[in-house]
Ligand binder design. Structure first.
Ligand SMILES: Nc1nc2c(c(=O)[nH]1)N[C@H]1C(S)=C(S)[C@@H](COP(=O)(O)OP(=O)(O)OC[C@H]3O[C@@H](n4cnc5c(N)ncnc54)[C@H](O)[C@@H]3O)O[C@H]1N2
Ligand code: MOO
Length: 400
């Protein structure tokens, strides 16, 4: 079977994929969710001219010079406006956030005032409008301040609350079932047998799922046995997985059973074997409405495939723009001519004081080496059949 180019495979995977559906969630529970509609302010903020300081509300004309004297006629704490009117020579004791009383146009901060009983002396001249926040300074009712597709973070959520939204329309979170396969695997923290290793890929993939706005569902490890794998697949489907990710068993060995089991379970294959390194045995398809991604077992292959395929799929399902993180950087060491597989070279990324970036590929590129992946700030992208590149050349990179 010939190898499919990366872009063709990604286009095939994403073809026809749309966000899952809208649900309403309380604003306090919407961190990390993606807005499904533009959000307009339901009120004006501040709703009234408000004091920005603790001090005295007055008319600037009465306090234009140091030494001016005024009479304190009342008090306005936040939440309790002064109901009277400030006339000539009047001042109202005011606190930050309180409505500026009718008639007043400025605030004298208390540090610049001397007070004795009801008598107030101005120590520093007051500018008209000083320390008054006009109504609508932050936003006005009807202003659209958050756009559909925004990933809600602490800033956006505070704003949505200030706009008086108790609940927000967000895209439903994709549920991503993750199945590791292999007799050789035991979970982190256990003592592996003499021929076993620690399973790691599910941890990286689950973290990426969360980063992309999905919910990971770790279904554990299936032995290299068709029945064990089929049971896990059914468990994922029964849980309502929108995406089913398998780890390992994707290649051509006698114990690489994932594709045949998924086929028996009814999966329609979209593609298998991609012209990329690492990640050649990547497989995709669908089982009913559930998208299936079969990631290769080699840890770096698994995670690079997750970045290049699972991430855009999750962005699409959650209504987010496909941010690839792709840019260019200067190569600091030569790389040889490439073969037919698009290469993703693990590389150290350096950002220089002038903002330019350079990349240094690691000498070893074995797809089992998680230590080097973790030390990588970028992947250098080498097109199929790219000629040798030299130190100083600009190259495409995927920033990690
Ligand atoms: N004759 C051929 N052999 C292989 C080919 C090929 O084209 N012809 N492709 C190689 C490539 S490229 C890759 S990548 C691997 C991927 O194979 P599988 O997806 O079948 O993965 P496994 O054989 O199950 O495992 C490979 C490797 O990764 C370890 N592994 C598996 N799962 C995990 C996990 N969850 N956490 C940590 N490590 C895991 C596993 O122990 C193996 O060492 O196939 C090549 N072979
Ligand atoms: O694709 Mo494999 O990932 O070359 O090791």
């Amino acid at each position: 079977m010939s190898l499919m180019p990366v872009e063709d495979a990604r286009a095939k995977l994403l073809s026809g994929v749309v966000p899952l559906g809208v649900e309403s969630v309380p604003v306090a529970a919407a961190n990390g969710r993606v807005l499904a509609a533009d959000l307009a302010a339901r009120r004006t903020q501040p709703p009234f001219p408000a004091s920005a300081m603790d001090g005295y509300a007055l008319r600037a004309a009465d306090a234009a010079a140091a030494g001016a004297r005024l009479t304190v006629i009342g008090e306005a704490p936040a939440g309790h406006g002064f109901t009277g009117t400030v006339g000539p020579g009047d001042a109202v004791r005011i606190f930050t956030g309180a409505p500026v009383p009718a008639g007043a146009d400025s605030i004298l901060i208390q540090e610049n005032a001397s007070r004795s009983e009801a008598s107030l002396t101005v120590l520093e001249p007051v500018r008209a409008g000083q320390f008054v926040r006009p109504a609508g300074l932050d936003f006005s009712q009807g202003d659209v301040l958050l756009r559909a597709g925004t990933r809600l973070d602490f800033k956006a959520l505070a704003l949505a609350a200030a706009m008086n939204h108790a609940a927000l329309p967000v895209w439903r979170k994709p549920l991503v079932a993750i199945i590791a396969t292999g007799d050789e695997l035991v979970p982190p923290g256990q003592t592996p047998g003499p021929d076993q290793i620690i399973a790691s890929n599910h941890c990286g993939v689950a973290a990426l799922v969360e980063d992309c706005g999905g919910s990971p569902l770790d279904l554990g490890i299936a032995a290299d046995d068709p029945t064990a794998i089929a049971l896990k697949v059914r468990e994922g489907i029964a849980a309502g997985a929108d995406v089913l990710v398998t780890l390992g068993g994707a290649s051509v060995g006698d114990h690489d059973l994932v594709q045949s089991v998924l086929g028996s379970e009814g999966m329609e294959l979209a593609f298998w074997k991609i012209a990329m390194r690492p990640g050649k045995p990547l497989m995709a398809g669908h089982l009913g409405r559930t998208k299936v991604l079969g990631l290769p077992g080699n840890p770096v292959s698994s995670l690079v495939c997750a970045l290049l395929f699972l991430r855009p799929l999750l962005y699409r399902l959650t209504g987010q723009p496909d941010g690839t993180g792709q840019t260019t950087a200067t190569l600091t060491a030569p790389v040889p001519a490439n073969d037919q597989r698009q290469d993703y070279l693990r590389a150290r990324l350096t950002t220089h004081p002038d903002g330019t970036r350079s990349v240094t590929p690691f000498d070893r590129q074995d797809s089992s080496m998680l230590g080097l992946l973790a030390a990588s700030g970028a992947l250098i992208i080498r097109e199929p059949h790219a000629p040798a590149a030299h130190a100083g050349d600009r190259v495409d990179v995927l920033v990690l």
